[in-house]
Design a protein around this ligand. Structure first.
Ligand SMILES: [Zn+2]
Length: 279
């Protein structure tokens, strides 16, 4: 069980050294929602017989040229009751795409989060409508770590897996913040139920946008495009975006105007990314 690039061991025992101390939601006192919104504490995501544990990132450990998160044993987070099914759908998507791309041999082992409900102001988090994803581990030991996998030194396979994680979330949620969108998003991917109050999944690129960051990072990771990562969808980004769509056989499709087209694009990018494939 080694990572395919660094060869360093990421053994189950080392990663989940604290799993013997599995803590239940009730023991943590998390079963009671702390916000006015209807909310439920859950420690697993996904449906259909492959629900996988969520864990809490508790710190970091040196890995390769950087640091990856260390995660607790199974840990419950409190979700808005309307958001939880969306999170389940996200986990289902990621898991089923990974299974498909690995001839049914590899699935999701566990998901790392740093939080769901909390904070103040206008954030989706206040009512439990956003999740901050720190990592996703596959049953073969491969992983995406949101404090590591987006860096150049992590290598292109990690970069593509990081993009896959983001697109799997983007298939189901409109507000996905990757590295660059916010100084805090160097260590997690934010995935929210609403964007500027809207649940529309359509791609958007007005002014500086999180979708522009995601598309720019995607073109760089999958096509090696020497693109500026600045969150502004200008002529250069448009050109590489059209090239990406063409390579995927999606020329003429419009993820800005069709939710089906957006979800197809997100699904396909996830499929390439989970196995580190180029486009
Ligand atoms: Zn967040």
């Amino acid at each position: 069980m080694t990572d395919d690039r660094s060869g360093r061991s990421v053994g189950r025992r080392a990663l989940l050294g604290g799993i013997a101390g599995l803590t239940t939601a009730s023991a943590l006192g998390l079963a009671t929602a702390t916000t006015a919104a209807a909310a439920t504490a859950q420690s697993r995501l996904g449906t259909g017989g492959y629900r996988v544990p969520t864990t809490l990132r508790t710190g970091y450990s040196a890995y390769g040229s950087g640091y990856v998160g260390t995660h607790s044993g199974e840990y419950a987070f409190t979700y808005n009751d309307g958001f939880y099914p969306i999170c389940n759908a996200w986990a289902d998507s990621y898991h089923s795409i990974l299974r498909w791309q690995t001839a049914n041999t590899v699935g999701v082992w566990f998901i790392g989060l740093i939080g769901v409900t909390g904070g103040s102001g206008g954030s989706n988090h206040v009512a439990g409508n956003a999740m901050d994803i720190t990592a996703i581990y596959h049953t073969d030991g491969n992983f995406v770590d949101c404090n590591y996998s987006h860096h150049g030194y992590a290598g292109v396979t990690h970069n593509r897996r990081y993009a896959a994680l983001a697109w799997s979330a983007r298939k189901h949620m409109p507000e996905v913040g990757i590295v660059g969108t916010d100084p805090r998003h160097t260590n997690h991917i934010h995935a929210g139920r609403y964007k500027n109050g809207s649940a529309s999944l359509l791609l958007s690129h007005y002014g500086a946008s999180w979708d522009a960051w995601l598309m720019q990072y995607t073109c760089k990771a999958f096509m090696g495009a020497p693109i500026a990562l600045d969150g502004n969808w200008g002529n250069q980004t448009e050109s590489y975006y059209l090239q990406l769509m063409s390579r995927l056989g999606y020329a003429g499709r419009n993820p800005f105007g069709s939710t089906a087209h957006l979800q197809d694009l997100a699904h396909t990018l996830t499929a390439y990314g989970v196995i580190g494939a180029a486009i």
